[in-house]
Design a protein around this ligand. Structure first.
Ligand SMILES: [Zn+2]
Length: 451
């Protein structure tokens, strides 16, 4: 009898220990497309158009200098999902027209995405995207058990999809099974639409007709013709419309956070894939250069139990760091080729090794740019114009004062490092989905090693 009691005791101990390993937290990434960092209250924006994100930031670790690896969606989100820079995943091109995608490079299935890694370690994985560039046909659904991608839509269908899948997340929560949820809002992206509930709060004088006239018409043409950025009244109106869109996305973020089965114990991250230019450097939109208004993004990390809440971290980090960081927290095995770093030591009070971060964009032959971001300085290379610029991020986060002439040695070092990096070829070659590319573009991509 005594032996039997001892055996039962051991059996119970064993059963308890099966569940006593570190609990994997639910992981939620909310990406707000086109949200520049300085639009967010927690990053100093005086207009307070992100009250829900600001409230979350108070419970979070806030990275003040987070860099996107590219200044438009396709290469940036692909880097977020793969943990490598655009030249290493090779997905740098898509042709868009008439509100649809004509062609886009497809991520190789040989990559093990963040969703695949989390799935393999026991997570049920959900993706809801209002941005069609993430459609499964382009290879970005790898690893998602549930995947819903809309054709460039506003927030409402995204919110409805979240409500549809919420019971499944609640069931997983009750079973103690972890889930990974990726939600991609598109609202702040042009065209900037009028929101009855929000636009009047930003500027009560704007009419819906003005929004229709100025939020979209000829917007892309105007980028190339240089019409708006030197007209302050038009720029102010466009910026107000953008602010209204940001408020709408922030409202949905607030509702989503309230709806999560267990916000307190979850790891919630809010980011953007890139920012947006409003004439900061005689530019508009995004993807056409790599100045801070398009490359610097919000990165807010709410840890389980709000651990380390109120920490502000100045060290530059990249969106490609999220893959190794989240995979390590989930106890997953990492692919060997990841190029990001685990940034958890930064909120634990330690340091990461000094390193260079990178960015690139290549929308067309006239807009090929590369960036190298060090601990303090950032080098920009406009390849199409063969021009270098250097900025001191500590003194000049808005990059108004090019200091390359007084820092030539440093610029030369950065230039050498950058040129070594950007010659890298994709680890696994991408495919192409959709209409064939022009011969010129095919030849350019071939020369760069992408095809
Ligand atoms: Zn985007």
């Amino acid at each position: 009898m005594k032996h039997r009691a001892g055996f039962l005791f051991l059996l119970i101990l064993f059963a308890l220990c099966l569940g006593c390993g570190a609990k994997k937290p639910n992981i939620v990434i909310v990406l707000i497309d086109t949200l520049r960092a300085d639009e967010v209250g927690a990053y100093g924006c005086p207009r307070r158009v992100t009250p829900n994100l600001d409230a979350l930031a108070q419970k979070s670790v806030v990275f003040k200098n987070a860099q996107a690896p590219a200044s438009w969606t396709v290469p940036s989100v692909t880097s977020l999902f793969t943990g490598v820079y655009p030249w290493s995943h090779g997905v740098i091109y898509a042709e868009v027209g008439n509100g649809n995608i004509k062609s886009q490079q497809k991520l190789s299935e040989k990559f093990v995405t963040l969703a695949e890694t989390l799935h393999r370690t026991g997570y049920t994985t959900f993706c809801i995207s209002a941005n069609y560039h993430l459609h499964p046909q382009y290879g970005l659904a790898q690893g998602f058990d549930y995947d819903k991608v809309f054709l460039f839509t506003d927030r409402e269908p995204v919110d409805r999809q979240f409500a549809l899948w919420l019971p499944e997340m609640q069931r997983l929560q009750q079973r103690g099974a972890p889930y990974f949820l990726y939600v991609h809002y598109f609202d702040p992206h042009a065209p900037y639409k009028y929101h009855d509930d929000f636009t009047p709060l930003v500027n009560p004088r704007i009419t819906p007709k003005e929004a229709a006239d100025w939020g979209s018409v000829d917007y892309n043409n105007s980028i190339h013709n240089g019409i708006y950025y030197d007209q302050p009244d038009k720029m102010g109106l466009i910026r107000d419309l953008y602010d209204g869109e940001v408020m709408a996305a922030d409202d949905s973020l607030g509702k989503l956070l309230k709806g999560l089965p267990d916000l307190d114990d979850s790891l919630v991250i809010v980011i953007a894939d890139h920012g947006e230019a409003f004439g900061d450097h005689h530019n508009l939109s995004h993807g056409l250069d790599l100045y801070s208004e398009t490359l610097r993004v919000p990165l807010v990390v709410k840890l389980p139990k709000n651990a380390h809440a109120g920490s502000f971290i100045d060290t530059p980090v990249s969106l490609i760091d999220l893959y190794p960081t989240l995979a390590a927290l989930a106890g997953a095995v990492l692919p060997k080729y990841l190029e990001g770093a685990d940034i958890a030591p930064l909120w634990l009070g330690g340091k990461t090794a000094q390193r260079m971060l990178f960015g690139m964009t290549q929308r067309d032959a006239a807009h090929i740019w590369y960036a190298a971001v060090g601990p303090r300085f950032k080098l920009l290379f406009h390849d199409s114009a063969n021009r270098y610029e250097l900025y001191d991020m500590r003194l000049d986060l808005r990059e108004q004062n090019n200091v390359i002439k007084t820092n030539m040695d440093l610029a030369r070092d950065y230039r050498r490092i950058l040129s070594g990096e950007r010659r890298r070829n994709p680890l696994f070659n991408p495919g192409v989905v959709g209409a064939p590319m022009s011969d010129e573009l095919r030849s350019t991509l071939h020369q760069l090693g992408y095809l």
